[in-house]
Design a protein around this ligand. Structure first.
Ligand code: HAM
Length: 432
């Protein structure tokens, strides 16, 4: 009988160093989000497919070509979420939380699904961390959001990345610009790649970030959206740039940055890796303002909104890996011999107390010979071993052994946990 492999483009995350890195990244994101005042939302992996058709846009690659869909028992089309912005907005509307000048800050972390062609850094199941602000039209929100993304990336140890910003203006600007762009490319239709011609007819703005050299050549001399911005949008964009400068965020303006999702208006931004760790899939993080999404999802009042999301797998590929594996701090070893049952009970209880005091503790529950338990403790990286035998148990004590020096010390069972904890504190402060 054959065995099974994971579905193409989907990966297992196994316990070990990679799992530890993911956990640390999520903790860093949650910590950053809390510092900026974001509360965490979790929405289902499945939504009505129409949410993405109306929210993200039926003509986008994400919805048109990459949606994983299935029918529910009543035959209605469901989709595995390809992104988190439309679902979070759906939830905010459904729970009646937006409107009436309320400002909400929501963040999320979780898997997303896109049936893309798998490549380095491009998966069919991947994970995003994201943040969204509802109800505040100020350009300061855009700048703070970009600054938060940048400081989160820096906190992960990423140093080589580039921040590009652009403005798409309001819906009228976008429509008028789309027509001008269509004229430009339509005059060069014969020079475009097949994919380029498809974009021309479906979603002309996306021709600006096409990768095919023929499409790039045809983009030469295309009109710039920045010249088409309405005065009110141009002022917004200038204010965003002013705040970014005040916050010390380095950025460049890229008038060809259009993003692959239809809901954006005004500010858009993308952060790309410059270390080369990601090859062609350099986008680490992207987002922007989407003042029209709530209306498109049926909310009666407009709700200005801004947000971004970053790809967890890509961040991990670009971030320096921590060379120090997370090891056990302590191991409890139970000697065999007389009163073995009572010694094991005491060992289990001691491990329980150490863990309750936040000490990462190993206990070899196979309880082999003293030698094999000591070897295992050392293999697991334990810095201190707490040794319990019949003699110790009778005396109410435990022997602490520091693995690095071999130094031993007998303490009462009551004080054992405290000794390990204060010893760790002392070592950390001493910088050893
Ligand atoms: P996005 O640019 O489609 O934006 O995705 C954000 C990030 O998710 C990308 O920069 C990339 O790091 C990661 N990503 C996307 N697709 C894949 C993939 N197939 N494999 C691995 N990583 C991937 C959004 O999803 C918007 N919802 C962002 C946003 C939030 N805009 C406003 N609020």
């Amino acid at each position: 009988m054959g065995t099974f492999a994971a579905v193409t483009g989907m990966n297992d995350l196994l316990p070990g160093p990679e799992g530890d890195r993911v956990r640390a990244l999520l903790a860093a994101f949650r910590d950053a989000a809390a510092r900026y005042g974001f509360g965490e939302v979790r929405t289902p992996l499945l939504e009505r497919a129409e949410l993405f058709e109306r929210g993200v846009g039926a003509a986008t690659d994400i919805v048109d070509k990459e949606l994983f869909t299935l029918a529910d028992r009543g035959g209605r089309a469901l989709a595995l979420r390809p992104e988190g912005t439309a679902p979070a907005a759906r939830a905010a509307i459904e729970h009646g939380l937006v409107g009436r000048d309320r400002v909400l800050r929501w963040c999320y972390a979780g898997p997303m699904y896109r049936a893309e062609r798998p490549a380095k850094g491009r998966f069919r199941e991947f994970h995003q961390v994201g943040a969204e602000v509802y109800g505040d039209p100020s350009p300061a929100v855009d700048a703070e959001g970009i600054e938060m993304a940048v400081s989160f990336l820096r906190g992960l140890g990423l140093a080589r990345f580039a921040v590009r910003v652009n403005s798409l203006g309001g819906p009228e600007t976008r429509a008028a610009y789309g027509r001008a762009l269509f004229e430009h490319f339509n005059a060069r239709r014969g020079d475009l790649s097949e994919e380029g011609r498809a974009r021309l007819d479906r979603n002309v703005l996306r021709l600006l970030d096409a990768k095919d050299p023929r499409d790039r050549a045809a983009a030469e001399g295309a009109p710039s959206i920045l010249a088409a911005l309405a005065p009110v949008d141009a002022r917004h964009f200038e204010a965003v740039q002013g705040y970014l400068a005040a916050l010390g965020v380095p950025f460049t303006i890229d008038p060809t940055l259009v993003r692959g999702l239809d809901y954006y208006s005004r500010t858009v931004f993308e952060i790309t890796d410059q270390s080369g760790a990601l090859g062609a899939q350099g986008a680490l993080c992207g987002g922007g303002r989407y003042d029209g999404l709530f209306g498109a999802l049926g909310h009666p009042e407009p709700v200005p909104a801004f947000g971004f999301a970053a790809g967890v797998e890509r961040l991990l590929m670009a971030a320096p890996s921590d060379p120090a594996p997370v090891a056990f701090r302590a191991a409890v070893v139970a000697a065999a011999g007389p009163a073995e049952g009572a010694v094991r009970d005491a060992a289990l209880r001691l491990a329980q107390r150490l863990r309750a005091a936040s000490v990462r503790t190993h206990l070899d529950t196979r309880f082999g010979s003293l030698r094999s338990q000591m070897r295992r403790a050392s293999d697991e990286g334990a810095e201190v071993v707490l040794l319990l035998g019949a003699t110790e148990l009778a005396a109410g004590t435990v022997t602490l052994k520091r693995m690095a020096t071999g130094e031993q010390q007998t303490v009462t069972l009551d004080l054992a946990v405290e000794s390990v904890v204060t010893d760790a504190r002392w070592r950390t402060r001493g910088g050893a």
